[in-house]
Design a protein around this ligand. Sequence first.
Ligand SMILES: [Zn+2]
Length: 52
Amino acid sequence: MASKREQVILRCSECGEENYISSRNKKLHPDRMETMKYCNVCRKKTLHKEKK
Ligand SMILES: [Zn+2]
């Protein structure tokens, strides 16, 4: 079986803007991704969470 890469959308937790699209390896990251990234709307680094 080929490894399945899942595309995830990272969404700013403060304004809700969908700023980043990333791909995740489910074996490496079984949990929801949460990462600090820059948001153009908030104009600062905010916590971005994976959108289901
Ligand atoms: Zn934001």
